[in-house]
Design a protein around this ligand. Structure first.
Ligand code: HEM
Length: 239
């Protein structure tokens, strides 16, 4: 059986390697592709269920529904896909060259960050008292790290050029970019789970049990999405 594996920075195709059926590598590859499919299914489930709440009376007009639509599309759809796009086993990007993967990654991250920042900022401007709920506190952490990751992403992208001007090791800006991205996405998921805990959302989900299942799916999704960046972070740290 042939799997595509490995990135080329300049070619239009990636190289294919043969993996012996039954070997550890073969089973690991299967596990990674299954986890990737699971991530895409859970992104669909979490986003569709939450967005249905925001859109079921047509285009969202209330502040809460606008907030939900922007943050969920920004964090849980665009930013999750942006993180997955760099994963070597991601279904829709595995065949792309490293250069194309990086390009699609920063496009998705910029679009996701803009929506997520706008969705949080709108509610912050709308509320008279701030950071009095765990939902809001985790949302703030996600917001701060998203902004940091956005700036840091640019320094990572131009790490080589920047090194000629400011003597910052390229590895440092890449490591901090991965770290900021992981914290931003994980905090947004924690905020989302506390958002699901709100009475009006539990009513929409029909029961507490359904809501807890949705929280559980969000946790599994988050772990699967941040798994590859965590591995990359550890590998880069000790390389
Ligand atoms: C990734 C998703 C989300 C993020 C990052 C997020 C972030 C935030 C932030 C930063 C605030 C302002 C907090 C403050 O000023 O004190 C807020 C408020 C609020 N959000 Fe979200 N939110 C998300 C999803 C949701 C969802 C799905 C719901 C409802 C089901 C929701 C409902 C609310 C409500 C009712 C408030 C005002 C009360 C409060 O602060 O807890 N949010 N959110």
């Amino acid at each position: 059986m042939t799997f595509t594996n490995g990135d080329t920075d300049n070619g239009a195709t990636t190289k294919s390697v043969k993996i012996a059926p039954g070997s550890v590598k073969y089973h690991m590859q299967t596990l990674k592709t299954v986890l990737n499919s699971l991530a895409h299914m859970l992104i669909g489930l979490v986003c569709i269920l939450t967005l249905f709440f925001a859109f079921y009376r047509g285009l969202p007009t209330s502040m809460t529904n606008i907030h939900i639509a922007l943050t969920v599309i920004g964090y849980q759809f665009l930013m999750a896909q942006g993180i997955l796009s760099l994963c070597p086993h991601n279904a829709w990007s595995a065949h792309l060259t490293l250069g194309h993967k990086k390009r699609i990654h920063w496009i998705l991250q910029i679009m996701g960050s803009i929506l997520a920042i706008a969705g949080s900022a709108l509610y912050i401007l709308n509320k008279p008292v701030h950071w009095n709920t765990l939902h809001g506190k985790y949302g703030l952490v996600a917001l701060v790290f998203t902004i940091a990751s956005l700036f840091n992403g640019v320094t990572s992208l131009y790490a080589f050029e920047l090194r000629k001007v400011i003597p910052i090791p390229g590895k440092l800006s890449k490591l901090s970019h991965i770290c900021f991205g992981i914290v931003a996405y994980a905090a947004s998921s924690a905020s989302l789970c506390y958002g699901y805990d709100k009475g009006f959302f539990k009513m929409y989900m029909d029961s507490d049990v359904n809501t807890y299942f949705l929280m559980g799916f969000t946790v599994v999704l988050t772990v699967v999405v941040i798994l590859n960046p965590i591995i990359t972070f550890v590998e880069k740290l000790f390389r």
